[in-house]
Design a protein around this ligand. Structure first.
Ligand SMILES: Cc1cc2nc3c(=O)[nH]c(=O)nc-3n(C[C@H](O)[C@H](O)[C@H](O)COP(=O)(O)O)c2cc1C
Ligand code: SF4
Length: 497
């Protein structure tokens, strides 16, 4: 592995933010776009595939393969569009906002290269209204690259979406771009794109904007609906270096199956929470030491949450390397590399209750089991943490976990199984003792998105404690799912209108 000192070396997260496009160019920025312009779209895609880059948004899917697939589904009539997923709502994750703050130019340059490869004329940077600083940074960097002539005839816009966790799910993100709430679709992005892009084409003759699950992009040449390429901020930020310096350069860091670097967020019971770019293959223990100054003095690690997307890790797994293959080998995942370190002064049932609540509240309710089983799991775990559980409740938690993902449209429901299920598996004895009436209550453990990481520490979105299952902050929950609330609202609008 090539030398890489996280303090001074970087690929996507410079230790000192670029203050202007000029300083980005002086550091070698812009060469990827120049190189991409000189070759055919297929050559860009093949270089990316050879690099082995894997999506940093959660699933670790091969970026080159994704680009090939989207290209193969291109509509014969309408152009593909490109979307940068800058929604970052995973608890314990702050890496995309860190990259945007330090290096917005690489994200935009990567998206422009993607547009060249897809022959797209439209790019949407989908971020959140709540990320006010990042919106300003992105718009200002965009104005600079437009002024510098990088953008040409490609329309690039920064979208300020809602705060909901589900907005980050790629098909929900597309729904928001189409002007609807963040409810996941059945059709994946390579089968159905963005209606507004369709409508903006003068010769468009498509009704794909009418409903969430209708028109698909096709291979037969008979469907006008175009696909859309969605990639995470960090994925996009890696693209310019690969196209400028080549796949072999990219592979000089990381492992064979997980090449390159990964930007980790380390929070929780650590000395100073932080975000740091490290070569893939670095151990989690080293990541905790370098990015966060180590585990809090005097505290022993009980568990580490990988956001709320994968099985938790235990103290004996801290030497696991940060790679997709190593995480998979221990039955977990990399997620968005947001690691929340939890000491043995925190009860695992309380952690499970916090994670289950987050997922249950954020569930949209399109799939009955996800919302109902999820809420019941969260309620039973919270009761047990409060000292009001019974052995029968633990049986119910296990049985609800078995059904929560039945018929699920997106992977939020199976995240309940991964996170709560792994806590139950690792700390079964503590769960069994806690699910008894009269045990001493323990504090609730808040699992929610990060608002910021500052010198003073992490700022977690504490208002999430007030969020209701219907996605309001009303004192009393309406008992309706977010989908039902929206449907009722639409019906009222139709009656009024
Ligand atoms: C509930 C849920 C939330 C998600 N949130 C995000 C997010 O905030 N940012 C992100 O990039 N991907 C998120 N994803 C993953 C995206 O659906 C998608 O896989 C990703 O944007 C693809 O980009 P990549 O191939 O570059 O990783 C989420 C997925 C799920 C199921
Ligand atoms: S699995 Fe859950 S979050 Fe995903 S679409 Fe279904 S109800 Fe909504």
């Amino acid at each position: 592995m090539a030398d890489f000192d996280g303090e001074d070396s970087y690929r996507v997260l410079p230790p000192t933010p670029y203050g202007s496009l000029l300083s980005y160019i002086e550091s070698g920025g812009g060469k990827g776009l120049t190189a991409a312009r000189a070759v055919a779209p297929e050559t860009i895609i093949e270089e990316l595939a050879a690099s082995g880059l894997r999506g940093r948004g959660g699933a670790g899917f091969s970026t080159g393969e994704k680009w090939r697939t989207i290209k193969s589904f291109a509509s014969p009539v309408l152009r593909t569009s490109v979307v940068v997923n800058a929604a970052e709502g995973e608890p314990g994750t702050f890496k995309d906002r860190s990259i945007i703050r330090s290096n917005p130019y690489a994200v935009l340059e990567g998206a422009l290269i993607a547009a060249l490869a897809m022959e797209a004329k439209s790019i949407v940077i989908a971020t959140k209204e709540a990320f006010a600083d990042e919106v300003i940074i992105l718009r200002s960097a965009l104005a600079e690259i437009v002024e510098a002539g990088w953008v040409g005839d490609i329309e690039v816009r920064v979208l300020e979406g809602p705060s909901e966790y589900l907005y980050g799910e790629e098909t929900a993100l597309l729904e928001v771009i189409d002007g609807r709430p963040p409810f996941p679709r059945i059709a994946p992005p390579f089968r159905r794109g963005i209606a507004e892009v369709v409508e903006s084409e003068s010769d468009a003759d498509s009704d794909s904007g009418l409903a969430a699950n209708v028109q698909m992009a096709g291979t037969e040449g008979d469907s006008p609906a175009p696909p859309v390429l969605v990639n995470n901020v960090e994925t996009m930020a890696n693209v310019p270096g690969i196209i400028a310096k080549g796949a072999a350069w990219f592979r000089t860091l990381g492992t064979a199956e997980s090449p390159g670097t990964i930007v980790c967020t380390i929070t929780g019971d650590v000395e100073h929470p932080g975000v740091m770019e490290l070569p893939m293959g670095t151990s989690l223990r080293v990541a905790i030491d370098t990015a966060a100054g180590g585990v809090l003095r005097g505290v022993n690690v009980r568990t580490v949450l990988v956001g709320v997307s994968s099985a938790v890790l235990t103290a004996d797994q801290l030497d696991t390397e940060l790679s997709y293959e190593a995480a998979k080998a221990i039955g977990s995942g990399i997620g968005s590399a947001g690691y929340i370190v939890i000491g043995d002064n925190t009860d695992p049932v309380s952690v499970a209750a916090g994670a289950a609540r987050f997922l249950a509240i954020e569930s949209c309710g399109q799939c009955t089991s996800c919302k109902q089983d999820g809420l019941e799991i969260a309620r039973l775990l919270a009761n047990a943490a409060a000292g009001d559980g019974t052995p029968q409740d633990l049986v119910s938690v296990r049985s609800r976990l078995a059904t929560v993902a039945d018929g699920a449209r997106c992977s939020l429901a199976s995240q309940q199984q991964a996170v709560v299920g792994s806590l139950l598996q690792s700390f079964g004895g503590q769960f069994e003792s806690r699910f008894n009436p009269g045990v001493t209550p323990v504090d609730a453990y808040l699992v929610a998105e990060l608002v910021d990481i500052t010198e003073q520490g992490t700022i977690v979105n504490t208002s999430f404690a007030e969020k209701q299952p219907d996605w309001t902050y009303d004192e009393v929950d309406s008992g309706k799912t977010p989908v039902e609330r929206f449907t009722d609202h639409r019906a009222e609008e139709t009656l009024d209108g």
